[in-house]
Design a protein around this ligand. Sequence first.
Ligand code: ASP
Length: 438
Amino acid sequence: MGIKVAKFGGTSLADAGQFRKVQSIVLADEERRYIVPSAPGKRHSSDQKITDLLYLCHAHAKEGVPFDEVFDIISNRYIEIVEELGLTIDISAYLADIKEKIAGGYSEDYVASRGEYLNGLILAELLGYDFVDAAEIICFNEAGIFDQEKTDEVIRERLADCERAVIPGFYGSRPNGAIQTFSRGGSDITGAIVARGVGADIYENWTDVSGFLMADPRIVNNPKPIERITYRELRELAYMGANVLHEDSIFPVRQAGIPINIKNTNDPEAAGTLIVPNGVETAKPGTITGIAGRKDFTVIALEKTLMNSELGFGRKLLSIIESHGISFEHMPTGIDSICLVISDDQLEGKLDSIIEDIKHQLKPDAINVYPNMAMIATVGQGMSRTPGIAAKLFGALGEAGINVRMIDQGSSEINIIIGVETEDFEKAIRAIYWAFVE
Ligand code: ASP
């Protein structure tokens, strides 16, 4: 029998009805053996997430402010879930213990982690699975850094005789037993770690959307879902601002070459998005996988005759920006010209002194600064070694009347990045999308 690890996000476990959906998804496939839940999320847009309320309780307790009212909201959510599911777990006893510990000054990480802990206990009973506390198997070192080697070893040992288990997401523990959480949204990381530890065939990440979309739906009307994408393509899209899984949250499975399937708890039949190891064919030649972009860049453009033969020019330029504590995003070059594309949040307050240093040290013939630039990445394995892709892309932009200010294509040919004026950003994304998608 294969092994699937399934992580369920907060909205998938926001109330008893959602728990029931999770139950039927898990029980529909006997390979779904290790389940990683988040804490209850929002039931509707104005609702509160349990994790946020737990942080609030801790903050109040720390300031000596009563937190009973906030804690009651948390308690009621869990009590309602347990009652509606008809479970026997004595949730009130667990809640009373947690409340006492919050009042007793337990750490912020401990308090925040209880949302997942309680959801884990509830889900384990509902599914008839073992409950394995993440504190036992997700290991951090004394300095609070995640210890992958130790965790892999502990997971293998602890889960060897445990055929089916629920393991709460978001936290683990240090060698002294102190609870430590990952960054917000960290249940994704726990799911990936468990998938790697048990050598899963697939890591299912259940959310409330049917996978990633090819473009931002606020810009493109009803964009198509991405069916398959490689880790590498995903990274390029995420880097350029697409709202997809964060790099940190997938490194354990990426390293192990385990595919991730993004699925929708509210529409389990939809295929979702399958993230596969690099090198696996994902797309037909001539197609793109997705488009993403970001605003708020500044371009510094330098010109100098015979720049190309001036030894050390590029190095000096880069050491100037390094000396200002700045990193650049892209650096397209011409024969006698070089551009640096820098994100505005890096540049804040430093532009004038950088320009001064460049003028002084490099003596360029011209130096121009172009603010208000936006960068758009068109990503896809199907673009590589396919003639006509660039013509199609730039043809569409030309037809839409968009002036492309900068072009950058990596040697991998899976990503063409263009720079446009901020005001052309949305229009450019739509033009590219409709050039490639019928
Ligand atoms: N409950 C945690 C948070 O809200 C972790 C997670 O949902 O993944 O950040």
